[in-house]
Write a protein that binds this ligand. Sequence first.
Ligand SMILES: C[S@@+](CC[C@H](N)C(=O)[O-])C[C@H]1O[C@@H](n2cnc3c(N)ncnc32)[C@H](O)[C@@H]1O
Length: 290
Amino acid sequence: MNTIWSDHIQNIGTLYYSRTLKFSDAYKEPYQNAFCIGNHANILEIGCGPGALTQSLARWYPDSTVTGVDRDTAFIQFAAQQAPHIQFLEADATALPFADNFFDVTISNTVQEHIEPSKFFEEQFRVLKPGGICLVLSARRGIQITADCVAEENSFEQEIWNRIEHFDHNMLEKYAVGQYAMNESELPAAMEKYGFQQISTEYVLSNLTPDNPQNSKELAYSMINAHRQTTLDAVNTIPHTAPGVVSDAELNQLKTRINEKYDKRIALYNEGVKQWDTSISLTMVVRGVK
Ligand SMILES: C[S@@+](CC[C@H](N)C(=O)[O-])C[C@H]1O[C@@H](n2cnc3c(N)ncnc32)[C@H](O)[C@@H]1O
């Protein structure tokens, strides 16, 4: 049972709700244009996490077969529960349990930067059929603006976050998080180095601004609540990343405070008091052909 990522780095809710928005059907067309995948493809998602992109792929390519793999047991269990029609497997991206020349497409989102490049690319090259497509998605510079009612921290919150910051120095190093990150020119060059051809890049921008009038009330709530979940998950990881540093009572108090702030944000939305908090993200899509 491997739950390192879901316990220590990003919880299920953080990844699932943010990615469900980022890969919502509103962005289907730009992603499909960037992916350029034919029908009836056999698609493998590497490091699928809780499976939000996997679900979008299954919706966007209904005539294709989609499989998701990840090393984290909790992610795979959650993904399989959410989407029983999709095959999810616990597997290591550096030793995929598939035959050579098996898939038409391999795809990953924010995974390449955590895995040693020769292992990451060579394994995908192996399982792809000749002419198969490798798609590597990564998050680029974005814009995050938090509503004032959420950003404000009282002295209790500040004290807790300071305590944790001083405790937890090397968690990201310990788990090689982002250790192999590449910039916008290094990534396509790396794909070429590992044998892919016809390399191309695309960028897809997603704009999650609850106050935009074109968003339905449900969508605006989902945007606000995705942030709420990310913040609550940050609290949920504290016992793993900084054991014994914050008491259970303090953790509960912190979660209550966070929920109050996000309830206030929802109340402002309902009253029509615009905050213009936003999350703009730019996803780079690098496409290569075996
Ligand atoms: C930043 S998360 C992204 C998850 C998912 N792609 C998403 O966008 O929600 C990175 C993922 O890569 C997975 N991962 C890291 N190294 C891996 C490996 N060697 N094999 C399989 N999965 C791996 C982690 O478990 C985690 O789910």
